[in-house]
Design a protein around this ligand. Structure first.
Ligand code: ADP
Ligand code: MG
Length: 381
């Protein structure tokens, strides 16, 4: 059953419209966002789809076809940050963020949604949920907010209402990506540029490999890396590592005494540089050329930042041995997903090689699916 029919069955009326917002995968630029550097996500074909109608009585009714349980009923005047620990906090947080920003005309909604974005695989199912809600309310209540503004409000919902300290990349990707492009996002001034990334035309494909691993140590390790980067910036006398020029990297490293801080600085400054390299190659039409840059990015995450894990390393090693053009882990690390760039003709060979390597190592079978650069959030009907 589609969300439109699901909405009608739940709420006994026809929804005013149906919207979709995608999950995302980051092509290059990891742990660079909080250093005010560069990231380069693309939207996936997988989307959260929501059927939505306005309400004028302050009631907010939320339902997900993917979650067992009744309709969650809240009141817009009674939304309290950090009090709702269920999935409903993501869409409710968006309503809260809109009203906090002064959009008090948002006086309730009926929402029924369903999503094909895998959850907890580092592909931002949460941002898809927030952005689809934000776009639907923006359209229905005629708020006239821009895509980047909607992304900021969705991030605020996740940071301050749900209580997850994520950067701006996920929501911006879901709101602003366009088909056939990767999105260059400058995390300092939040400027964006669509960079052509037409894989099919070049006879290439991007595979997303979900390792199905989620390590609990992820959160503490993230905070530790972040603190290490801030320490590096402090010792180098810059506000953020973004301000350390790649050309001056080896001099900068010479000035750092702590081995751990040196590794983190080397990763961040070199990954910002890799984003620029990838943009240069894509602008020049050399999509294949980015393969070695992706693989170098993986080595940096594994050896310098030390946020990989055996499963992610195995995806990269097995894929590259089987003839992939390049591969890297993507996202926060310690599990989640990897991206693999392959010749279209090699998709099956590389998929089989990775799957067999996982079986031989005794790992849970990975999920492999195409990462076609897709469009951002949109109204469907
Ligand atoms: P990621 O964003 O990487 O997938 P998160 O932990 O940030 O992982 O977000 C996952 C959470 O988002 C889920 O635990 C759930 O609360 C919510 N969520 C995602 N998709 C859905 C869905 N289809 N229905 C309800 N809640 C969802
Ligand atoms: Mg998330």
């Amino acid at each position: 059953m589609g969300v439109r029919e699901g909405f009608e069955e739940l709420y006994g009326s026809v929804p005013e419209g149906v919207w979709a917002a995608p999950g995302r995968v980051n092509l290059i630029g990891e742990y660079t966002d909080f250093n005010e550097g560069f990231v380069m996500p693309l939207a996936l074909p997988h989307t959260a789809v929501a059927a939505v109608s306005r309400r004028d009585d302050g009631v907010l009714r939320l339902h997900s076809a993917d979650i067992e349980g009744p309709v969650v009923e809240l009141h817009v005047d009674a939304l309290e940050p950090l009090t709702n620990t269920s999935w409903a906090a993501y869409p409710a947080g968006v309503v809260w963020a809109l009203r906090e920003a002064g959009h008090l005309t948002v006086t309730g909604a009926d929402v029924h949604l369903a999503s094909t974005v895998p959850t907890g695989a580092g592909l931002s199912s949460s941002a898809a949920l927030e952005v689809v809600t934000a776009l639907a309310l923006n359209d229905l209540y005629e708020l006239g907010l821009t895509r980047p503004r909607l992304a900021r409000l969705a991030q605020r919902a996740e940071n301050d209402f749900v209580g997850v300290p994520c950067g701006i990349m996920d929501q911006t990707a879901s709101a602003c990506c366009t088909e056939g492009h990767a999105l260059h996002l400058d995390c300092r001034d939040l400027s964006i540029r669509q960079v052509p990334f037409d894989l099919a035309a070049q006879g290439l494909a991007l595979l997303v490999v979900d390792t199905r691993v989620k390590h609990a140590l992820g959160d503490g390790a993230y905070a530790e890396r972040r603190a290490g980067c801030e320490e590096g910036a402090r010792q180098l006398g810059v506000s953020h590592l973004r301000d350390v020029a790649y050309e001056g990297l080896s001099d900068a490293l010479d000035r750092l005494t702590d081995e751990r801080v040196r590794r983190y600085v080397r990763h961040v400054v070199s990954d910002d540089h890799r984003v620029e390299q990838v943009i240069g190659l894509l602008d020049a039409g050399d999509v294949r050329g980015i393969g070695p840059v992706l693989t170098a990015g993986h080595a940096s995450l594994r050896d310098d930042l030390r946020i990989s894990c055996p499963e992610l390393d195995l995806v990269v090693a097995a894929a590259n041995s089987a003839g992939a053009v390049g591969a890297r882990m993507t996202g926060g690390g310690f599990g989640g997903s990897a991206v693999v760039l392959v010749e279209s003709a090699d998709v099956d060979t590389v998929t089989k090689a990775v799957t067999e390597a996982f079986a031989a190592a005794g790992f849970t079978a990975p999920r492999v699916f195409p990462g076609v650069p897709s469009g951002g959030a949109r109204r469907l009907s």
